[in-house]
Design a protein around this ligand. Structure first.
Ligand code: GLC
Ligand code: MG
Length: 248
């Protein structure tokens, strides 16, 4: 067995199947101890909401924590996000301008304050309105000179973030920092904000059995033999995928 870089989404991917989670956490902890495997959580949650989940589900400490859809990276117990990463995101980002433009769309309902971050503005947007609003909004914000990206997940969450920021780019930043090859990296996810994790390159990918339609559609349109669609749900699907690729 060799060390690898394990990057996983949390809600409905790592978390959501308690029994399998216990087994997966045990396996990963042992692997980290024996071989130096690195564990990274990449979530849409803010750090505050992550900490709630960590306590609730007794999650093992990650080697790095990517929160707010890739816009903040934390190492160890540090209370401040990695500066090298944050610095990269400022170019072409203007929070106030995004807020004044988005205020023109009544369909966009702001998410709680905890989820509004320096490099992330988030709304709830109903699926039936999304098809119409998203292209309009994208064009409008680009015309304003903003270098942003819209990420729509689970038929309800809309995140607006700097174009150079998503879970995939944050994963690549860590992979390069630690000098781990794409073939020794595995990413796991279930919904729209995880597409970026799978789209970076030829990292091994595990789509859990409960993956959302938006991720499945992307997967079907971009088939690749280094991506595995599991049968089992959440942590069960991850265990299945890790065995499929021979990581465990
Ligand atoms: C998490 C975050 C939310 C975000 C969603 C999708 O639920 O709390 O702000 O919109 O993930 O990325
Ligand atoms: Mg998820």
């Amino acid at each position: 067995m060799n060390k690898f870089l394990f990057v996983t989404d949390l809600d409905n991917t790592f978390v959501g199947n308690d029994e399998a989670l216990t087994e997966l956490q045990q396996t990963l902890s042992e692997h980290r101890q024996k071989y130096g495997t690195k564990i990274v959580y990449a979530t849409g949650r803010s750090r505050v909401l992550y900490q709630e989940l960590q306590i609730e589900k007794n999650l093992i400490e990650p080697d790095a924590l990517v929160v707010s859809v890739g816009t903040e990276i934390y190492f160890d117990e540090s209370d401040t996000p990695d500066f090298t990463w944050s610095e990269r995101l400022a170019d072409g980002w203007n929070r106030d301008l995004v807020l004044s433009e988005t205020a023109k769309y009544p369909e966009l309902v702001p998410q709680p304050d905890s989820e509004q971050r320096p490099f992330k503005i988030s709304f709830f947007l109903k699926e039936e309105s999304a098809h119409k609003i998203l292209p309009l909004l994208d064009t409008k914000l680009s015309k304003c000179g903003l270098n942003i990206k819209l990420i729509y997940s689970s038929g309800v969450d809309l995140d607006i973030v700097p174009r150079h920021s998503d879970k995939g780019q944050a994963m690549q930043f860590l992979r390069q920092k630690w000098g781990i090859a794409a073939e020794e990296t595995v990413v796991c996810g279930d919904s729209g904000n995880d597409i970026a994790l799978f789209a970076v390159g030829n990292e091994r990918g595990i789509l859990v059995g409960n993956a959302r339609p938006e991720l499945l559609q992307w997967h079907n349109e971009n088939p690749a033999d280094y991506r595995y669609l599991a049968q089992s749900f959440c942590a069960g699907g991850i265990l299945e995928g890790l065995k499929h690729f021979g990581f465990i």
